[in-house]
Design a binder for this molecule. Structure first.
Ligand code: MN
Length: 193
């Protein structure tokens, strides 16, 4: 069984103001993420998945129609935990050279990441991943997550509408810019490289 306490926010609710409001964090973390956890617990109770870790549940349920609901909720718990870990405003570190160099510089990374995040139609995620050889940017749809595609996640942006609607309404591009310029915890991202 999982609980929100296992995935503590690495910052105060109002730490990302003015780029992400305390209200957005409260709803996104305290309601949306918590609901995925509660739904997952209900779905795995009394099943073979009950005693597994999150990563094992995700890998075992991916691509199987009969376990789609378990996958969706487990992957969304992972995706949200990963997303919140990547946000922070008090990290003094700039974008690591390894990332900038892979995309033709800081602006090149931002351009490519923004192009991907803008392209997500409906609900999904934009990720910086390592494919075993190179750093890449990829999108996933709905709850889909890089580990299923044998990619190691480095950083992610939630582009489901619930992630930005309270603060930006339909202006996704402004949310993406705020993320890229002001909200990434490069200290944590650097540890993932
Ligand atoms: Mn979300």
């Amino acid at each position: 069984m999982f609980s929100l306490d296992q995935f503590p926010l690495p910052f105060a609710m109002d730490a990302l103001v003015p780029y992400m409001s305390a209200e957005t964090v409260k709803f996104h973390y305290g309601r949306h993420m918590d609901t995925y956890i509660k739904n997952l617990n209900k779905l795995i109770a009394g099943t073979e998945f009950e005693s597994m870790g999150l990563g094992d549940i995700i890998m075992r349920t991916a691509g199987h129609a009969d376990t789609q609901k378990v996958f969706n909720n487990a992957a969304q718990v992972f995706n949200h935990a990963f997303f919140f870990q990547g946000l922070r405003r008090d990290c003094p570190r700039a974008m690591p050279d390894e990332i900038a160099d892979s995309f033709g510089g800081v602006d090149g990374f931002r351009r490519e990441f923004k192009a991907h995040a803008t392209e997500v139609f409906g609900s999904g995620w934009t990720w910086l991943v390592h494919d075993g050889t190179d750093l890449k940017i990829m999108n996933t749809k709905d709850a889909d997550t890089p580990m299923v595609h044998h990619m190691r996640p480095i950083l992610t942006l939630d582009v489901w509408e619930h992630a930005y609607y309270l603060d930006y309404q339909n202006r996704r591009a402004e949310y993406i810019d705020a993320f890229l310029e002001h909200m990434i915890n490069w200290c944590w991202v650097g540890q993932n490289l």
